[in-house]
Design a protein around this ligand. Structure first.
Ligand code: SF4
Length: 406
């Protein structure tokens, strides 16, 4: 599975259609932040259009099949990621690192660390990616709530990313149920292009559909979840919430990290975050996207030419909006249009910080306890493997540095 899209990723369209036609399972679709601002290109409805509502409606009907039973929003689990990763940052600030803390939501980046920079494994946040978090919440508390075995629920993750197919197939995200069956938390990953293929194949009239909302059970998200789809978004979302997680009532202002927005290859800023003692701690943050920029930043960090406390890495140019599973485009400004659609959506949201999400609070109350609790660690965190000495054909990066095109 190549995050670059240079090697054709195995399509799971047939497998998903078979599951939908057989309909022996509860069919659940989970769609990523960046998919909604690119799916319109796949069905000839324009560039940089946010078609979230029609995409959700389309997933519910799907031609001759009976469609998905539930459509959940991976933006919701992006909010959950911030609660866990932000808490991890605060716990490192109150302790002793290790520094810099590195984001872990991009499987292309995790592959690069495991294969080429295993010395950085302790620096990676242990928080799972939003895909892995949401699938765990579907297969465990949600399946229990609807009275079904996890094996009877089929999770189809719709991603801008081909590397997410590799992540979903990992043993780390597979468990043994009480009947001794091996159960994958994410059953299938289809890309934005593959969802477009399904819509075209099943003649779903997306443009004519009345927009629908996500199922609120795991489908309510804040603006912080939305911006996960662009470079700098994870960092900005984390900073919006981090201070509140220390017990300080007032959050850092929304515009505090605008410096890490945009398509510049490496961006940096310093932001003051109050720790548990109320002391202001300057946190030096950096953001890099695209294989070349990431490798350059790593080199500089290794030589100690630059020092940071918290670093966001996304392997595709522009972040997930330019992922290997997004619609192909020759337009140079396509990333700008998708990025503008993401920030528009953030600004339209009433709630723009992850800790303000009422459904996240409900999930902690009913199931997870608190951020970094034992239950949260079990379902929302992971560990990494030094694979520098093993042969693994998984390509490590997108690495072509070209926006939105493959
Ligand atoms: Fe996948 Fe690319 Fe997003 Fe990383 S940046 S999660 S490889 S789409």
């Amino acid at each position: 599975y190549c995050p670059v899209g240079a090697i054709t990723a195995r399509s799971e369209v047939d497998a998903v259609l078979r599951e939908l036609e057989g309909k022996r399972k509860v069919m659940v679709a989970c769609t990523a932040p960046a998919t909604r601002v690119a799916i319109a290109e796949e069905v000839f409805m324009g560039e940089g259009e946010n078609e979230e509502g029609r995409m959700v409606a389309g997933c519910g009907i799907l031609g001759w099949t009976t469609g998905f039973d539930n459509v959940f929003d991976t933006n919701f689990s992006a909010d959950l990621t911030i609660m866990e990763e932000g808490s991890e940052l605060i716990s490192r600030l109150n302790g002793s690192g290790p520094w810099p803390m590195l984001t872990s939501c991009c499987p292309g980046w995790v592959n690069l660390v495991e294969k080429s920079h295993p010395e950085l494994i302790p620096n990676l946040s242990t928080a799972r990616s939003p895909q892995a978090m949401l699938s765990a919440m579907v297969k465990h508390p949600f399946a229990k709530k609807i009275g079904r075995d996890p094996a009877d629920v089929c999770v189809v993750s719709v991603m801008p990313c081909t590397a997410k197919k590799h992540e979903a197939a990992s043993d780390d995200f597979t468990f043994t149920d009480d009947k001794g069956r091996k159960v994958r938390e994410t059953d299938h990953v289809i890309t934005t292009r593959e969802l477009g293929h399904i819509f075209r194949l099943l003649r779903v009239p997306l443009a004519q559909l009345k927009p629908s909302d996500y199922d609120p059970t795991l489908g309510v998200a804040t603006g912080a979840g939305v911006i996960f789809g662009v470079t700098g978004g994870v960092m900005e979302a984390a900073v919006r919430t981090a201070q509140v997680l220390t017990g300080v009532e007032s959050p850092i202002p929304l515009g505090a990290l605008h410096d890490v927005r945009g398509l510049q290859g490496v961006k940096s800023a310093t932001v003051a975050v109050k720790n548990a003692k109320g002391e202001e701690v300057p946190v030096r943050v950096a953001v890099a996207h695209g294989g070349r920029n990431v490798k350059e930043l790593l080199k500089k960090m290794e030589k100690k030419e630059v020092e940071f406390d918290f670093v966001e890495i996304m392997m595709c140019p522009g972040g997930c909006i330019g992922g290997g599973g997004q619609p192909k485009s020759k337009s140079r400004d396509i990333l700008q249009k998708r990025m503008a659609a993401v920030y528009d959506e953030d600004e339209r949201k009433v709630l723009r910080r992850s800790h303000e999400n009422p459904m996240i609070h409900e999930l902690y109350k009913e199931f997870l306890g608190a951020p970094l609790s034992e239950t949260a660690h079990h379902y929302l965190h992971t560990h990494y493997h030094d694979r520098s000495h093993t042969h693994d054909p998984t390509p490590e990066t997108r690495g072509d540095g070209k926006p939105g095109a493959r």
